[in-house]
Design a protein around this ligand. Structure first.
Ligand SMILES: Cc1ncc(COP(=O)(O)O)c(C=O)c1O
Length: 361
């Protein structure tokens, strides 16, 4: 398959992967690096897989400039499993509610034990995130503050790290690897790989070694739900998603070749700027969902002033132009364009032109 037979893919996740990564995986699919079998057919206890996992781990650490105090794990179960593992391992947390996933994290924590929702934008249908400098009123018993860096459904994103004296825990599923960030400031972050980092089925957890290697939760917590069991076994306590970890490693290598996280951030700013530029140029046609200061560079959400009929017309035109994945999440309606790292500039240009043509009809 060549580039022009692939869609312009704006899916919210699983989302677009870099073509060169897919091609490299394809070349290795049947015979991994000349070892005589595909990686999926090899034990995770073999040297070829171990070196795949260590390389993926080290490249992620290098991209973030991760300090020695922190380490990288590859788990399974998606962000949802982390919604549960975080409170099971770290105890009671204070949660910032910026949308569906943030409130799911809170609800899961509230099932495990005490949890506090300390801020919510629900009444405003999650158009924003707390402003820079917001101080949170946190209960004395809270062990950490949890927030979601990018709200995939609403198209909002934090452009700063919250001010708090509590250890920070963050769901970075939909903007992981999209910008430089000092992860040394965080107690723990997690991200399902399926947006910016690889295929579904792998969850990246990056956290402070002292937290990941010392279990302080209840004796009834199963071993598989404890961070130390995964940390002490180099993410190979049970069989990892071997092929998924391999893909994350290839994507991380690709990000490095793109100028690392600073390179990704520059591209994201340019790509998102192009589309927001079109939306803002036609306020009589498009209505962005997110408050301007909270706009996401990953997921751009907007409605059409012309309502459902106009949406249908635009989606049909998109389909004809090979542009897919634009339908918004049901809780926001309208349209959503996810401009993840691997969405090429040509696709963004195709979308910009589609929107411009639509506005000029
Ligand atoms: C920010 C965020 N958190 C959590 C999830 C849920 O992830 P998973 O399906 O990997 O559990 C998603 C999925 O879209 C997401 O975007």
């Amino acid at each position: 398959m060549t580039t022009h037979t692939r869609y312009h893919n704006f899916s919210a996740g699983p989302g677009a992967l870099p073509l060169s990564v897919l091609e490299e995986a394809q070349r290795n699919f049947l015979n991994h690096e000349g070892k005589g079998a595909g990686l999926m057919e090899m034990s995770h206890r073999t040297k070829p897989f171990e070196s795949v996992l260590y390389a993926a781990r080290d490249t992620l650490a290098e991209l973030y400039g991760l300090p020695d105090t922190h380490e990288v794990l590859f788990l399974q179960g998606g962000a949802h499993l982390q919604f549960a593992m975080v409170p099971l391992n770290l105890g009671a947390g204070a949660y910032v509610d910026t949308g569906v996933w943030a409130s799911r994290a809170y609800e899961e924590a509230a099932r495990v034990g005490p949890a506090w929702k300390i801020w919510t934008d629900k009444a405003n249908n999650y158009r924003g995130v707390p402003a820079f400098g917001t101080s949170f009123d946190v209960p004395a018993d809270a062990k950490y503050l949890h927030y979601t860096t990018n709200n995939t459904i609403y198209g909002t994103q934090w452009h700063h790290v919250p001010e708090t004296t509590l250890p920070l825990v963050s769901d970075m599923s939909s903007d992981f690897l999209s910008r430089p960030l000092d992860l040394g400031r965080f107690a723990l972050v997690y991200a399902g790989a399926q947006k910016n980092a690889g295929p579904s089925g792998v969850t990246i957890v990056i956290g402070r070694k002292d937290l990941l290697r010392t279990f302080t939760g209840a004796a009834t917590v199963p071993l598989i739900m404890r961070y130390p069991i995964h940390a002490e076994n180099d993410s190979m306590y049970n069989t990892p998603n071997t092929f998924g970890v391999y893909m994350v490693g290839l994507v991380a290598k690709w990000v490095k070749a793109q100028g690392g996280l600073a390179g990704m951030a520059a591209q994201a700013e340019e790509k998102a700027g192009r589309i927001y530029g079109v939306l803002d140029a036609h306020p009589d046609v498009f209505e962005p969902h997110a408050a301007p200061e909270s706009r996401s560079r990953m997921n751009l959400t907007f409605r059409l002033k012309g309502g459902a009929d106009a949406e249908k017309t635009l989606l049909a035109a998109a389909d004809a132009a090979g542009i897919v994945g634009l339908k918004g999440h049901r809780s926001v309606g309208g349209l959503r364009a996810s401009l993840y790292n691997a969405v090429p500039r040509e696709s963004v240009e195709a979308l910009a032109r589609l929107l411009e043509d639509f506005a000029k009809r």
